[in-house]
Design a protein around this ligand. Structure first.
Ligand code: MSP
Length: 504
């Protein structure tokens, strides 16, 4: 089966911060997990380079939008190998191939009769690139997200007939309860739709940094139309000489932050209907990574609020896998949650270094010491079998709903179970008693097999560490089919391993 997962494309008006890395890491976990299941995976991410957010930032910095886009797109690209993202392509919306495809799709929307010329009058946030409705405006006509004054706009624009899609969208929400996940976000989007949809500006005439409207080149497309279509256009040129659309469209999971819910849960499906394209199977909406300020107030981590964690710095101190693990462990995926350096340190120490790292190195060391590095070829302990029963299926079912934190927790419960098992069985005591040799065989074999089983399942979360550990266990296979406890035979030659998560 094909599995197509996307992240939002990030604005190049600033450098990447941990909030951007977060969505990409989450998408990467899904992509890697699905590859382990043998699915045909395509994972897309990229940068959103047109529109006011970028044009205004460039103006402030005294450079051209293209210069700013080139500089920051390179930074977003450089982040990917550092967070170990296994994306199959990186799209930039300033790519002429994207621009040409946007024009084609939008021409179709026009020809299908969903476009007309009109006058837009209302409030606009140039940072969000969003025409705000009355309910989305904060006190003093300010943007509730960026906390800046909104612009009063009046201009002749091309309009998209969004209002026509109110009923079709309501029907989609009724028929497909899993279209937008989690449930609460689906309800929010539906109530926005039910409150009445107004037609939407589709073009801007004041701006030149964008994709020209083919039927009226004095306008460029409103940046969101250009941006949303990246999910469609990339498939047509990501592989030289090949169009991947038939193979991967529609997307299986589109991950977004809750800040862009309206665009992806309302505008996006309407646009696809207008263009005659199939809708994504799921749009998953995650929450914000929040930072506490000195007075204890929580706020969204964002460049404009100046409270960002630099992912590069964190990775330098703790390593990439620790960052990936922390983000998905600390903040239930789908909800908001506070992140902090203190939180990193504490999870690193108690869960990565102690629960997992120590378990792995102890298990390997005991096989080396008591059995010359060869895992005893005996049956696994029946006492553990029941605790691992169904774990792989449970993880798959959770990840089929993008419940990344839930799946990680299910795995971690088994990591803890293995720690209790070592304490209960005390192999160092068994080793002193020649009559307990067979029992020691079973305990060592079960421990190593348990560590292997959780490690295969943890691979999408911590790719480098798990690969290292599986190699040391002499069982490097990643396929999920082989993850079941007891699936790998005994008899492997193991190697000693330095601490996976050294304490500083
Ligand atoms: N360019 C648009 C998206 C277009 S998609 C067709 C945009 N870009 S953005 O650079 O502002 O990135 C927004 C996304 O970055 C969020 O939806 C989320 O995925 C991620 N995040 C940015 N800050 C974040 C947090 N503080 N917490 C969690 N995610 C955050 O909007």
């Amino acid at each position: 089966m094909s599995f197509y997962v996307t992240t939002p494309i990030y604005y190049v008006n600033a450098e990447p911060h941990l909030g951007h890395a977060y969505t990409t890491i989450a998408a990467d976990v899904l992509a890697r997990h699905m590859r382990q299941r043998g699915e045909d995976v395509f994972f897309l991410t990229g940068t959103d380079e047109h529109g006011e957010p970028v044009a205004l930032a460039a103006e402030r910095e005294g450079v051209t939008p293209r210069e700013l886009a080139d500089r920051n797109a390179a930074r977003f690209q450089a982040l990917l190998p550092q967070i170990d993202a296994s994306n199959d392509y990186f799209i930039r919306t300033s790519d002429p191939r994207h621009e040409a495809r946007v024009q084609e799709v939008m021409q179709r929307v026009h020809d299908n009769g969903h476009v007309y010329k009109g006058i837009y009058e209302g409030w606009y946030c140039p940072r969000c690139a969003d025409f705000k409705t009355e309910t989305e405006i904060a006190e003093g006509n300010t943007c509730p997200i960026h906390k800046i004054p909104l612009d009063r706009e009046r201009e002749e624009n091309w309009f998209f007939h969004l209002s026509r899609f109110q009923r079709p969208l309501e029907r989609i929400y009724a028929e497909r309860p899993g279209f937008v996940l989690p449930r609460q976000r689906s309800n929010e989007a539906l109530s926005f739709i039910r409150s009445g949809l107004q037609d939407l500006s589709l073009s801007r005439s004041k701006l030149t940094w964008g994709v020209p409207v083919p039927w009226d080149p004095s306008h460029v497309f409103y940046v969101w139309f250009d941006a949303l279509l990246n999910y469609v256009t990339a498939l047509s040129f990501a592989r030289e000489g090949e169009d991947l659309s038939a193979r991967f469209w529609p997307p299986t999971f589109q991950l977004i932050g809750k800040d862009i819910l309206k665009f992806h849960a309302v505008y996006w499906p309407a646009l696809l209907l207008a263009a005659g394209l199939e809708l994504p199977r799921h749009v998953f909406v995650h929450g914000y990574l929040l930072m506490k300020d000195s007075s204890g107030e929580k706020d969204k981590m964002s460049k404009s609020l100046g409270n960002v964690i630099d992912p590069f710095e964190v990775m330098e101190r703790f390593g990439t896998d620790a960052l990936r693990f922390y983000c998905l462990r600390e903040v239930p995926f789908g909800q908001d949650g506070v992140v902090s350096t203190v939180g990193f340190e504490s999870r690193y120490e108690s869960e990565l270094a102690n629960d997992y790292g120590n378990l792995a190195s102890r298990s390997l060391a005991m096989v080396a010491r008591y059995r010359d590095g060869v895992v005893p070829d005996v049956e696994v302990d029946a006492a553990l079998v029941a605790d691992f029963e169904g774990l792989g299926d449970e993880v798959c079912a959770l990840l089929d709903r993008a419940e990344l934190t839930g799946a990680l927790d299910a795995i971690w419960q088994r990591v803890r179970r293995l720690n209790r098992y070592v304490e209960e069985q005390a192999p160092w005591q068994l080793a002193k008693d020649p009559a307990a040799a067979q029992r020691l065989d079973v305990v060592l074999r079960s421990l190593v097999e348990g560590v292997r089983a959780v490690t295969v399942l943890l691979h999408p979360y911590m790719p480098a560490t798990t690969e290292k550990l599986l190699a040391a266990l002499g069982r490097p296979e990643l396929a999920l089919a082989g993850a079941a406890f007891g699936a790998a035979p005994g008899g492997a030659q193991v190697e000693a391993l330095e601490q996976l998560f050294p304490k500083s």
